[in-house]
Design a binder for this molecule. Structure first.
Ligand SMILES: [Zn+2]
Length: 385
């Protein structure tokens, strides 16, 4: 058994676990955690029109509180492998940095959590005071349908309670220790479709041009802010990303016009209340004169927010002690699996520096892996103290 985060990270990086492939990453974690006394459950979730995905829950201890380390072992594709300095699944070390797809997002983070837990267990006779769990999915970089939401439900359905969760996503922006993520905005994609009556461009009175209606509704939806922000978030934002008519004929008034948009929203809204608000505003602007409809893309990207409290303080103090930085408690950036975990227990994200994630030559300084392990180790110690 090794509590060296670099060795564990290299073993994980050598597993080609591009979503939805398991690639040997969960098998490696199973072997490692079983050897330390964890009870390990592996389950595959599936659903019509999606790839089945393997997931993983491991726990040591039976008493509460149950401290959970969460993450994903799947990675985005490496792209052109020849563009990489070292093969993306070779886990090469050069210049005190470890290279490989997933180095920061987020096999490196998982390796640090595993190393910290193993080290803690060795120092405490092999058992935590309460329980320590790992909640690992293989479906984060994909559509996240057969991953964390089903995994959480599967575990909760068996009577397991989660008390606090640390998600090892690469939360830091520029420098290790600069940011803890305590919230993320939700994301919603929609299509606005306006229908008119097709006709000859020379006889507009016999047609109804949907482009006029679409332009009016786009203007109306952008005219008013969705909110003024909240205590921890900046204002929600709607952005149109495409306007499509697809009409190649110069003398034809089209019968339909469409636009596509994305909304990044804060905790003033839920997915459902936001759809209602947009539909209401469009109806008001249309005033019964424009025929329109919305198509909403399937989304499970709700908002997550963990208010300042014992968990944020515990993590911030450990980060400050190890790095000397006072981390910012941030709510910026894209979505993460914390949006699902937040329904079960308070969750914060703290991991490596995100700068090279999803890029060619994704890599992590070995010093960051060691510092993150030390931070997790302090968190565990103080959590059960
Ligand atoms: Zn990630």
């Amino acid at each position: 058994m090794s509590a060296d985060p670099v060795a564990i990270a290299r073993d994980l990086l050598r597993c080609p676990s591009v979503t939805p492939a398991e690639g040997g990453a969960l098998a490696f974690l199973e072997k490692t955690l079983k050897a330390a006394g964890f009870a390990v459950h592996r389950m595959t979730f599936s659903e019509a029109d999606t790839d089945p995905v393997e997931n993983f829950y491991a726990r040591i201890g039976t008493a509460g509180p149950n401290l959970v380390f969460a993450g994903h072992t799947d990675v985005v594709p490496p792209g052109d492998e020849k563009a990489w300095k070292y093969p993306p699944f070779s886990a090469e070390i050069a210049g005190e940095e470890l290279y490989g797809r997933g180095a920061v997002d987020m096999k490196g983070g998982i390796a640090c959590a595993v190393a910290a837990v193993l080290d803690y267990l060795v120092a405490h006779g092999g058992k935590p005071k309460g329980s320590i769990s790992f909640l690992i999915t293989g479906d984060e970089e994909g559509i996240a349908v057969n991953g964390t939401p089903k995994l959480l439900k599967w575990v909760a359905d068996r009577g397991v309670k989660f008390d606090h969760c640390i998600l090892s996503e690469p939360s830091n922006q520029e420098k290790f220790g600069d940011t803890i993520k305590v919230g993320r905005r939700g994301s919603l994609n929609g299509h606005l479709i306006v229908t008119g009556t097709q006709g000859h461009v020379a006889y507009p009175n016999r047609a109804d041009n949907p482009i006029r209606g679409l332009v009016a509704l786009i203007a109306a939806l952008q005219a008013e802010p969705l909110d003024r922000g909240s205590a921890q978030f900046s204002p929600s934002h709607l952005e149109f990303t495409s306007v499509d008519v697809g009409n190649k004929t110069v003398n034809l008034i089209p019968g339909e016009a469409r636009a596509r948009f994305n909304i990044r929203f804060n905790d003033n809204h839920t997915l459902e209340s936001l759809k209602k608000l947009i539909e209401q505003r469009a109806a008001q602007a249309a005033a019964g004169k424009i025929k329109f409809a919305f198509q909403w893309e399937r989304s499970n990207a709700g908002v997550f927010i963990t208010k300042p409290g014992p968990l944020t303080e515990l993590v911030a103090k450990a980060v400050a002690d190890v790095t000397g930085c006072k981390p910012e408690l941030s709510t910026t950036g894209g979505t993460s699996d914390a949006r699902f975990i937040t329904a079960y227990c308070p969750v914060v994200e703290f991991g490596l520096v995100g700068q090279t994630m999803h890029q060619v030559d994704e890599r992590v300084p070995l010093a960051d892996l060691r510092a993150l392990t030390l931070i997790y180790r302090k968190i565990i110690d103080r959590y059960f103290a």
